[in-house]
Write a protein that binds this ligand. Structure first.
Ligand SMILES: *Cc1c(COP(=O)(O)O)cnc(C)c1O
Length: 472
């Protein structure tokens, strides 16, 4: 038919005429109450859109659905914020799709408080003079990591970009071939280097890189050695990577900077909880890295942020770079990060920071919580408590698991409560409920892993299950 639109057929004309007018649609009893939620103008606009889509569908010979129902669904969605709290029963602690690390209650309160009030962001209250927004955080970071100073920006991608832009633009940066990696979500080391204006010089091979590979690649043009932690993958077998300390020695002997992108930025030792050892920020500083970049919302357990720690004069140079303003963190992130860092300072991180509490919870406690869920549902549905493997997630500790316990709902047990309800459909009902619950489906069972469900969400989880198993 080409671009030429043929005239509507008689059937189409009938269907078009059957559509309600905008004014009768917005006065429909199922729609009118929403005028209060979204305002009369937006309601009219939305009704026009829905009717226009219906007209297009009719002209294309497609089904339209009931326009009242379509508009009602849109309005319902619109009046419910999409970013609501979710119960994470996946067993993945730092779940990227579920917003990474939940912050501690204290951090959440601090963030809410500075969001809704004025705050002494850039004023020294004693003198009344303008003061840096970063001095408190820099001091906390210095105490915790052994670095001279620190700086908080929008996220770790920003931290790495900013550091490279400040020190390496127009010059060469040495990166091991095994570390020219993609972290996910568009963060690729070669692309970030290019964006900063630096030139990537790959050294060594994919599985083996020696200190001498770096040494041989140094030229007058070289600004830095960049070391990138293998966050989300491992290379095993016939491999060699130099120790960070060896790279520091080489870099400093040749007048280069050693920059470490640590990714997760743990301050505590994951090996204490049966996991592999994730390199800590303190270790990277002690090994001689000049600047270390890491995320605030991975194993640190704070709000989204990127943290740079290192030598004071270098941190000050980073702060003065024009991009620092564009990449800076907002006041809520600064407040939440400061509270999170204080948990470490007071030695209470394991009890207060959710990701560490989840990592450290003993198996017996998870078993007990699954039993509580099971008893609360006993009158309704038959469940099983099964052994599972939880993971740290968020691109940390790939392949490492923490033993866990999950409540399992099998296909038969589900169908016994609601005839015809499948495991997948139950999982969908839970995801679309209020609050949404995200579990995982494995071998025709729905698993709800206790390790990642916050204990204060236990009752809500049971209630959500009851609602989703109601017949309808
Ligand atoms: C996660 C990660 C990043 C990106 O950090 P964001 O906080 O997501 O911006 C960069 N580098 C490494 C090694 C990472 O693991």
């Amino acid at each position: 038919m080409g671009d030429e639109k043929s005239a509507p057929t008689r059937v189409e004309q009938q269907r078009l005429r059957a559509l309600p007018s905008v004014s009768s649609l917005i006065q429909h009893p199922a729609i009118a109450p929403y005028a209060r939620e979204v305002g009369a103008r937006s309601l009219t606009r939305l009704a026009q859109l829905v009717l226009e889509e219906a007209r297009q569908a009719i002209l294309a010979g497609r089904a339209t659905g009931d326009v009242v129902a379509v508009l009602q669904r849109r309005l319902q969605k619109l009046s419910q914020p999409r970013l609501r709290s979710v119960i994470n029963a996946t067993g993945v602690i730092i779940h990227t799709n579920l917003g990474r690390a939940p912050v501690s209650d204290e951090a959440a309160r601090a963030m809410a408080e500075v969001a809704g009030r004025y705050t002494a962001l850039e004023i020294e209250l004693e003198s009344g003079r303008r003061g840096g927004r970063m001095s408190e955080l820099s001091q906390l970071l210095s105490l915790l990591t052994g670095a001279e100073a620190g700086l908080v920006v929008n996220n770790n991608a920003a931290a790495v970009l900013l550091v490279l832009s400040t020190f390496c633009a127009g010059r060469a940066v040495l990166v091991s071939r095994s570390q020219a990696v993609e972290i996910g979500g568009g963060f690729r080391i070669p692309d970030v280097l290019r964006q900063s204006g630096a030139r990537l010089v790959e050294v060594g091979t994919t599985n083996r890189t020696y200190v001498r590979d770096y040494a041989e690649a140094i030229s007058d043009d070289t600004a830095a050695i960049l070391s990138v932690h293998w966050s989300n993958f491992r290379i095993i077998g016939f491999t060699v990577q130099p120790e960070l300390g060896e790279l520091a020695e080489l870099a400093h002997a040749r007048g280069l900077l050693l920059i470490e992108d640590l990714g997760s930025g743990a301050l505590l030792d994951t090996a204490a909880y049966g996991l592999a050892h994730e390199p800590t920020v303190q270790e990277a500083i002690a090994a001689g890295a000049d600047l270390v970049c890491f995320s605030g919302d991975k194993l640190l357990g704070g709000p989204q942020a990127g943290i740079i720690v290192g030598r004071r004069e270098l941190i000050e140079q980073v702060e003065r770079h024009p991009l620092a303003r564009a990449l800076r963190a907002d006041k809520t992130a600064l407040a939440g990060t400061a509270v999170t860092l204080r948990h470490y300072l007071r030695g209470e991180a394991i009890d207060k920071i959710p990701v560490w509490r989840m990592i450290a919870t003993p198996l017996a406690a998870l078993e007990a919580r699954c039993q509580t869920w099971q008893s609360a549902l006993r009158d309704l549905v038959e469940t099983e408590i099964v052994a599972t493997d939880a993971t740290v997630g968020g691109g940390s500790l790939p392949g490492e698991t923490l033993p866990s316990r999950a409540l399992a709902l099998g296909a038969e047990a589900i169908a016994e409560v609601v005839p015809g309800l499948t495991v997948e459909e139950l999982a969908r009902r839970l995801r679309t409920g209020q609050p949404p619950v995200v579990g995982r489906v494995e071998a025709d069972r729905l698993l709800l892993d206790a390790r990642t469900v916050l204990p204060e969400q236990d009752e809500a989880l049971v209630e959500a299950l009851r609602r989703s198993l109601a017949i309808s």
